[in-house]
Design a protein around this ligand. Structure first.
Ligand SMILES: Nc1ncnc2c1ncn2[C@@H]1O[C@H](COP(=O)(O)OP(=O)(O)OP(=O)(O)O)[C@@H](O)[C@H]1O
Length: 470
């Protein structure tokens, strides 16, 4: 599948010439003449690169830049302008533009920029395209059936949905499914990656602003909530919304009207909010970092997307589907399926998908074996596991001490063991297919002790008294 480019330019001759050059070079091209339409197309098509003119009728390119980045964070944006000056270039760079082309430019410059822009997107220049936005949510496991049922129940209502789950579990897919199965399906679905927005501009991005409300606000602008009217706004990483913006968002939800920054008159809006978080939002509420009234409003109906390790039944299906997306003729060896089911996947479905993409390249369309996989992720995030564990333990201790207040916390040693035992024993049993004898050897514990721990933590309720020696 070709890499995709969205051209946003109201000068027909330029849009035409660029389209022709890009299509000849093998890109899939979409053209639009307005920024407003570009936002919709960026949300729907998730292009690899966007060639964005600055002077456009309606919303200008530099304003659109931030919004497109929030909607399609993976797209590299090339800003084009005939009226470029330092201020425009600085704004483009500050706004996160990938490149800047001063008009007139020749087509070769545009092609070079396209090659670099599409190479810079996470999939690389020769990789297959990211899955389409209306991708099916795959899953046969009992855990995913619960998710499907909850999506089906809540979709037709207008209730606020809070999707929780670790990174890469498919929260955005769930949000799209809620929208696609609602009566709003023909209206926009606007994903907003709050963490990617300029913190100073979150408010203006969401609610819009009126001319003169701050330096650079040279005309009235609609915010994302207004642009999504009739549809659904997906607030990803909702815990990152600054407190003052939370208060304003609550008012929008309660009154269904939005007050632009610097405005005196509110405008009616009609949006459904679906939000997602990979952190514990109720803990953020307890710590005063998130408003409890907004939390209840967003969390009318929670949907938890389980970690991949809690639905290992789905791994073979996901792996086969991903593999065929990347290499139609490739097949998975049964040995590889076993390895995939046993791996930990801290990056969840996203990591599995990337591993299959890697394996598909190494396996060259034939039988895919374990050696074709990338090395397992040994660290989650930038620190090695050991450092992360010691950091987590330290934070845990600090939290316990803070929670104890004036009272002295006690039995912390046992409390910590109680926290880690289920993960330790559970994971060893999982790796050893429930073999308690072997688990005892790995743990250096007597079999009776292993049995006691299993019972204590409810690790294998069905195996009461039965040593599945396998
Ligand atoms: N059940 C599934 N079936 C098919 N593809 C899936 C499934 N779950 C996740 N994916 C794919 O895995 C990748 C990550 O999913 P997604 O972006 O929805 O995760 P997320 O939970 O929103 O991640 P983050 O918290 O990092 O934003 C995407 O490519 C998505 O298409």
């Amino acid at each position: 599948m070709p890499r995709s480019i969205l051209i946003v330019d109201d000068e027909e001759a330029i849009a035409w010439a660029l389209r022709r050059a890009f299509e000849k070079a093998g890109y899939a091209v979409t053209v639009t003449a307005t920024a407003e339409d570009a936002l919709k197309k960026a949300a729907a098509e998730k292009p690899d690169a966007v060639f964005l003119d600055v002077r456009l009728p309606g919303m200008d390119g530099l304003t659109a830049l931030g919004k497109i980045r929030a909607i399609a964070p993976a797209a590299a944006i090339v800003v084009m302008t005939a009226h470029g000056n330092l201020a425009t270039a600085v704004k483009a760079v500050e706004g996160g533009a990938f490149d800047y082309l001063a008009k007139p430019f020749d087509l070769q410059q545009a092609l070079d920029a396209a090659a670099r822009a599409t190479a810079a997107t996470p999939n690389g220049p020769t990789a297959p395209p990211p899955p389409r936005v209306d991708d099916e949510i795959l899953g046969k496991s009992a855990a995913m059936q619960v998710v499907f049922k909850r999506i089906a129940l809540v979709a037709p209502t207008d209730a606020g949905v809070l999707i929780t789950g670790e990174s890469g579990t498919g929260k955005e897919l769930v949000a799209r499914a809620v929208h696609a199965n609602s009566s709003r399906r023909d209206k926009p679905f606007l994903p907003v990656h709050v963490a990617a927005l300029n913190p100073n501009l979150v408010e203006s991005e969401l609610f819009g602003h009126v001319r003169g409300s701050f330096t650079g606000a040279d005309r009235n602008r609609d915010g994302l909530l207004t642009l999504a009217t009739g549809g659904t706004v997906f607030l990803d990483e909702v815990a990152d919304i600054p407190l003052p913006v939370q208060a304003k968002l609550l008012r929008v939800l309660e009154r269904q009207e939005v007050m632009p920054v610097g405005g005196a008159v509110s405008q009616p809006v009609n949006v459904r909010i679906v939000s997602a978080t990979h952190v514990d939002l109720s803990a953020a509420v307890a710590e005063g970092r998130f408003r409890h009234d907004l939390f209840f409003r967003l969390n009318v109906y929670p949907i938890h997307v389980p970690a991949l390790r809690d639905r290992t039944d789905d791994i073979p299906l996901l792996a086969e589907t991903f593999l065929h997306r990347f290499a139609a003729t490739a097949t998975l060896s049964s040995e590889l399926k076993e390895v995939l089911v046993k791996r930990l996947w801290p990056g969840n479905v996203r990591e599995l998908r990337n591993a299959l993409e890697h394996a598909a390249i190494n396996g060259r369309g034939g039988l895919i074996r374990p050696e074709h996989l990338p090395d397992p992720t040994t660290n989650v995030g930038p620190q090695p596991i050991r450092e992360q564990m010691s950091r987590i333990v330290r934070e845990w201790v600090a939290e316990k001490m803070a929670a104890a207040g004036k009272q002295e916390p006690n039995e912390l040693y046992q409390a910590l063991l109680d926290e880690v035992e289920p993960a330790l024993v559970g994971e060893i049993l999982r790796q050893l297919d429930g073999n308690r004898l072997a688990a005892g050897r790995w743990l250096g514990l007597a079999r009776a002790t292993v049995r006691k721990l299993i019972r204590k933590h409810g690790l294998a309720p069905d195996a009461e008294g039965d040593d599945a020696e396998g």
